[in-house]
Design a protein around this ligand. Sequence first.
Ligand SMILES: [Zn+2]
Length: 397
Amino acid sequence: MTLEEKVGKTLAELGVSDAPAVEALFAEVRAAMDAERQELTSRGAADDRERDKLCKELRDRWLARKNGLMSLIDDNWLKKAVKELKPVVGRQFNDLRKASALMQVEELIRAIDSLRGRAAATSSAAGTLTDDLTLAGHARTTSTATGTLTDDLTVPGYRRPLGSIHPVTRVLREIEEIFLGLGFRIETGPEVESVYYNFDALNIPETHPSRDDWDTLYVDSKTLLRAHTSPVQIRAMEKYGAPLYIIVPGKVYRHDNPDASHSPMFHQIEGLAVDRDITFADLKGTLDFFAKKFFGEKVRTRFSPSFFPFTEPSGEVSISCVICDGQGCRTCKESGWVEVMGCGMVHPEVLRHGGIDPEQFTGWAFGLGVDRYAMMKYGINDIQLFFQSDVRFLEQF
Ligand SMILES: [Zn+2]
């Protein structure tokens, strides 16, 4: 049976039913491939044109998308393999595919080599073409101009190392996951925001110090880069009404000089729950659940009074220090507690601005800095590291 006939049949039809038989069959294919390739390499061709024609024939026979030997092996052997043989057939096929790439690489090297001779002549005459890069470019032009080189002249690709997920994104997703599990949905909004949504609608008075352009980055007198994710609370209330359970991840901007704990751009996650009969107890229960999920079951939470214009009452949430378990250490400044977020019951004015009747609905909200969570989680002491795009730092995650 010829190779063509074999690849037209399934493994079952060929009587190949165990791993050793699969390996033997692939070894046979590989031997045929190598032999055909070597024959071509060692064979003399009258000129470049004939050589290119032969190379193309070999590549088409093996690699053509339609009815190439590789594609038939894929269709008839791999795809139709019985479940038990799939892994071994898959591995063998992968190896074969890698080997088949040689047919393209060799062609390229040879094509450029032959061009180098040609270009060297041109170069000595014109004195312009000097390096391989130019030669490769020249090769393509020549190919189109004269049609002597085949179209699928393939430059070996750059090796692209696999990336990894940025630590801030990783933490963002982890937090999102927890709240999605509680029935919250993700909502996003614009980073270039109006003064109305960033301040007015959130009950932040004209006189509030954060309105000063020292803290906020203004685009013009009515537009700014949002200083927090809270404008999305108003936008979501206007859009969906109540009841509403959302989290809002995103970038925010402040007029801060970069240092170890400040960045002019950082990430927040905001949470908002609006429904009938929502109380501070719901807020405490939810955030305690979240803290235990994120920081570990042993963590205790503590709520202390605070002030924000958009919540009333307002609170700060602290967790027992994960480093010293509440005993006191340098990280928690010997207090045993670390502040992790701000929260509170949504101010009635804010509900009204969102078009929700505060007589019928109540709500709670919280906000946290994602970058700081990532710093705590991974023991990073400088927020700048997240944004410097230094691969040596990023590849650790
Ligand atoms: Zn501590």
